[in-house]
Design a binder for this molecule. Structure first.
Ligand code: NDP
Length: 338
């Protein structure tokens, strides 16, 4: 069982030095537990927060501990009455390893979910039919409250969360503007229905570009990045705008440093806008609702999805760095065992 342990807390961007691989015996499931052979590991921006000594919303990884992360795989051994070998299990408690022992009835974050391989390829449970899908669904519908005719801006628009936000917002009748860092990503966003796109890496005047793309102002800002994109969109809010603060990947290498001081308070007051910190785990009790609706939309041809897959457990650090540097195009996954 090859597994990645945290070797050091990175200063700034993680590197290959951040983790070390260990060859450990295959773990044995105890009473009530199952052993899975991992087929796909999820690579997510939240992992940056878990390898920082700073306080987050949950416990991080200690030096020398198994790196945390979600995954999906098939049951090899079961000591649980409801699970049998061959079943597919998904959990956020898998870790960066080839085999994992899971406790189905634990109340750990997200628990252990049974995946129906007939519904969609099993790795979808890590992307649009899983946590990123729920993030888009609840962040947009419940916090963003889209109305037909609203203008929505989403950052990291081609990513796991962003690609869904844009498409769901289109279906809700919004005008959708996507911001991403590469022209091929933007071309794909246009292909799947975004009304306008902005390249945050090549655009010299982001604030002006947002103003041009959103002549009536921005009613909903689904912010996956914080940083300079946030600043540019905040200056273009419409009255009563809703800002969903979902991610801060642009500030990820500043983990551990204090957040910047209060900003854009003037804009918030003038526009009477509201800004919501969003955390998908608050919505976990409505997981079935979101996934049923997303699966139905996909079946009806209503959503396009895109993955970016690397092979082999040895690729995990590289996959994570791709994400942090914007080199991924779509949901970043690592496939194990061919
Ligand atoms: P993505 O698939 O969107 O991948 C991350 C993307 O972020 C990159 O591809 C890159 O896209 C963009 N990015 C990286 N660095 C920068 C930078 N310096 N400035 C601007 N953009 C950058 O990841 P996810 O869809 O999984 O996650 C998107 C965001 O949502 C993350 O911030 C994540 O933490 C957050 N999130 C929050 C949740 C919550 O409950 N609050 C739950 C799930 C996700 P590009 O080329 O477009 O710049």
């Amino acid at each position: 069982n090859r597994r990645w342990l945290l070797a050091e807390y990175p200063q700034g961007m993680p590197s290959t030095q951040t983790w070390r691989m260990e060859e450990a015996p295959r773990p044995e499931p105890g009473p009530g537990q199952i052993l899975i052979r991992v087929r796909y590991l999820s690579v997510d921006p939240y992992m940056r927060g878990r390898i920082s000594p700073a306080r987050g919303y949950t416990k991080g990884v200690e030096i020398g501990e198994l790196m945390q992360g979600g995954g999906v795989g098939e049951v090899v051994t079961s000591n649980h009455p409801d699970w049998k070998p061959g079943d597919i299990a998904e959990s956020m408690g898998v870790g960066w390893q080839e085999y994992a022992v899971l406790t189905p009835d634990s109340d750990g974050r997200g628990g252990v979910n049974r995946i129906d391989p007939a519904l969609a390829p099993i790795q979808s449970s890590l992307s649009w039919l899983g946590m990123p899908g729920m993030t888009a669904y609840f962040g947009l519908y419940d916090v963003g409250r889209p109305r037909p005719g609203d203008t929505l801006v989403v950052s990291a628009a081609s990513g796991a969360v962003g690609q869904l936000v844009g498409q769901l917002a289109k279906q809700a009748g919004c005008r959708v503007v996507g911001i991403a860092g590469r022209d091929d990503k933007l071309a794909w966003c246009s292909e799947i229905g975004f009304d306008a796109v902005i390249n945050h890496r090549s655009e010299q005047d982001l604030t002006g570009a947002v103003a041009k793309a959103c002549p009536q102002g921005v009613d909903i800002f689904f912010d996956n990045t914080a940083g300079p994109i946030h600043d540019a969109v905040m200056k273009n809010l419409a009255n009563h705008a809703r800002v969903i603060q979902c991610g801060r990947i642009a500030l990820a290498d500043k983990a551990g440093q204090p957040d910047m001081g209060e900003r854009f308070m003037g804009h918030l007051i003038v526009t009477r806008a509201s800004i919501h910190g969003f955390l998908v785990f608050d919505w976990w009790h409505r997981r079935d609702e979101a996934l049923t609706r997303l699966a139905a939309l996909a079946r009806e041809g209503g959503i396009a999805t895109r993955e970016d897959v690397l092979d082999g457990i040895e690729s995990m650090p590289e996959a994570f760095m791709r994400l942090m540097e914007g080199r991924n195009f779509g949901k970043q996954l690592v496939r194990l065992g061919g």
